[in-house]
Design a protein around this ligand. Structure first.
Ligand code: 13P
Ligand code: SF4
Length: 394
């Protein structure tokens, strides 16, 4: 097996521009032990002034988030990036697919920087364009392609978004997956029984949204395994399905289990269990509330003092919520530490290096999407931004 065939490159080793994969950092990073890092980041940001706009995803480390001009989930950050046409540099503290989306949604004159290019996403890597195109052809052979609308989660590479744009589909995030699915089913002439969605790449978000919010039966959801011929599905299974779920998942949210929910409920009677929809369906079924990172934050902000919460999402966010709400008891829904290792690649030394390089006139780690991919991906992203109303999860 060659190194590019590995599901995940050993971080920082090698280069694969077709994927959410790492490359070596080309410069000299400041030492993590350097006591002046905070002052250096502040000085570099001040020197750049309005020329730079720093975006921070909620799963970023505190040491990085303190320098974000705005924080948000992937949906909010995509909108925020598009709303700052005057900023010359967008420094994206998040992962590669988010930086790509920011590049697509901003003008060609604006340059998007990802402080560490090894900050990819294992879920996004689980759907490669060639695999998705093969699946699309197989759906044509099964005689159902005309009734399928492709919907991709924001957590996918730009070429998968472009595939959706080219084929009448849309992007969604965990804040608006229900609205996107409604839109997708309505695209087909009858908008009803025969319409199907190919949902990429997160089977859990697709299943949780379809079953819990759209009233689609669990047995109308099938899983397409890209490693098997015909996705491992028979023609009949495909014809009967309403949701064709790509076999992808988040390695962080996939860790939460039902038995920890049971254990915490036994230990803390009255505890509220709040999880992200990237969690497995069995875990979501046991939870009290499910929603995007923005929903999780708003729910905790609105919670009564004295209430107890178990939260199933990335640990940086859960820790930050616990620190910000000492009047509530907030526990993590896993026995072990559960950070997103790629989100955590962005640390203060990388941020300082990226900002100081910009001050010195060098744009490092620029993320660009080629114009053809960008045009098609923009179609799917714009469809998402134009979706009517707001999800109840927002
Ligand atoms: P949201 O930001 O859409 O809540 O997604 C969570 C996530 O896993 C980001 O990588
Ligand atoms: Fe990808 Fe999961 Fe990390 Fe988000 S939390 S970047 S979906 S691996």
């Amino acid at each position: 097996m060659s190194i590019v065939d590995l599901p995940l490159l050993p971080l920082g080793k090698g280069r694969d521009l077709d994927a959410e994969r790492g490359v070596e950092c080309p410069g000299d990073l400041p030492a993590a032990s350097d006591p002046s890092l905070v002052a250096r980041a502040r000085a570099a940001k001040e020197a750049l002034g309005e020329r730079v706009f720093v975006l921070g995803h909620h799963y970023q480390r505190d040491e990085v988030i303190q320098f974000a001009d705005v924080t948000g989930d992937s949906f909010k950050l995509a909108r925020d990036a598009a709303a700052r046409p005057d900023a010359e540099f967008i420094v994206f503290c998040g992962v590669h697919f988010m930086a790509e989306s920011a590049d697509i949604l901003t003008s060609p004159a604006q340059q998007v920087v990802l402080p560490d290019l090894a900050a990819g996403c294992s879920m996004a890597d689980m759907a490669r364009l060639a695999q998705v195109e093969d699946a699309w052809d197989a759906l044509a052979e099964a005689g159902i392609q005309d009734s399928v609308v492709p919907v991709t989660y924001m957590n996918s590479s730009a070429d998968i978004k472009a595939f959706c744009g080219r084929n009448g589909g849309v992007v969604c995030t965990s804040s608006n997956a229900d609205v996107a699915l409604e839109w997708a089913f309505a695209q087909k002439a009858d908008g009803g029984e025969d319409a199907k969605v190919l949902f990429l790449p997160d089977q859990h978000l697709g299943r949780n949204t379809a079953v819990l919010q759209m009233g689609i039966a669990l047995d109308e959801c099938v899983v397409w395994d890209p490693r098997l011929p015909s996705g491992g599905l028979s023609r009949e299974e495909l014809q009967r399905a309403r949701m064709i779920l790509w076999r992808g998942h988040c390695s962080v949210h996939g860790r939460f289990t039902e038995d920890v929910v049971d254990e915490l409920r036994a230990r803390h009677p009255g505890i509220n269990v709040l999880v992200h929809p990237e969690c497995r369906h069995e875990v979501v079924l046991k939870a009290d509330l499910v929603g995007s990172t923005e929903f999780i934050i708003k729910t905790i902000e609105a919670a009564e003092p004295g209430t107890t919460w178990a939260i199933g999402t990335e640990l940086n966010l859960v820790k930050r919520l616990a620190d910000a709400h000492p009047d509530k008891t907030i526990v993590f829904l896993d026995r072990n530490v559960c950070y997103c290792s790629t989100m955590n690649r962005i640390d203060l030394p990388h941020l300082v290096w990226a900002l100081e390089s910009l001050v010195a006139g060098t744009v490092v780690n620029r993320v660009t999407v080629d114009p053809e991919t960008e045009a098609d991906a923009l179609v799917a992203l714009q469809r998402m931004l134009d979706l009517p109303g707001k999800s109840h999860r927002d």
